[in-house]
Design a protein around this ligand. Structure first.
Ligand SMILES: [Mg+2]
Length: 187
């Protein structure tokens, strides 16, 4: 089975790193639970453009923390064709590939796709932390399955509930692995 896996929010704990630089650089303290939508802003600044700027710095990107259980999950799924699909910009690609080689050596590919365009990548399953990506993916083919890796920012007023037979909601990696085993068993 072909399984596309998002990086930020699924493999890399990007928000943990962001909360740290927001505190260090702006003196502002937020919690993960404060980040309650994809386009979250603080003091007029867009979180994801702040992150995008820092991802161009190889040192920042190489030091990103892991989402708990992600290494175990990717290793467990290594008998499938598992690859990443990320909206990170090309200026982050070299450091991102190095980070992936260090932490996830079994991954079999690297694709870039904008948010809401991940359905263009050939895959049977998409694991992503944004409903916007999951909805477009499952909508594109009734055979496709989406796994929404649930964080406080994952739900953004999409019609994801209309695709409940194609979508699983998993807040942790053990749930992701279980959902993929189920999809695999049912063929
Ligand atoms: Mg993501």
């Amino acid at each position: 089975m072909k399984i596309a896996v998002d990086i930020d929010g699924v493999l890399a704990d990007q928000v943990a790193a962001a909360l740290k630089f927001i505190e260090e650089e702006y003196g502002l303290k937020y919690l993960k639970s404060d980040i309650d939508r994809a386009r979250w802003t603080f003091e007029g600044k867009e979180l994801w453009s702040e992150i995008g700027r820092r991802l161009a710095d190889a040192e920042y990107t190489l030091n990103l923390p892991l989402i708990e259980g992600s290494q175990w999950g990717i290793r467990y799924l290594a008998h499938h064709e598992v690859f990443v699909v990320t909206a990170r910009r090309p200026n982050a690609e070299e450091a991102t590939r190095r980070w992936l080689n260090i932490h996830f050596p079994t991954l079999k590919g690297y694709y870039r796709a904008r948010t809401g365009e991940k359905q263009k990548i050939p895959s049977d399953v998409l694991v992503d932390d944004l409903d916007l990506n999951i909805v477009e993916f499952v909508k594109s083919d009734p055979e496709r399955r989406g796994i929404l890796f649930l964080h406080p920012w994952s739900i953004n007023c999409t019609d994801i509930e209309d695709y409940s037979d194609q979508v699983s909601y998993c807040p942790q990696w053990d749930g992701v692995v279980k959902a993929i085993d189920d999809i695999d068993r049912r063929g």
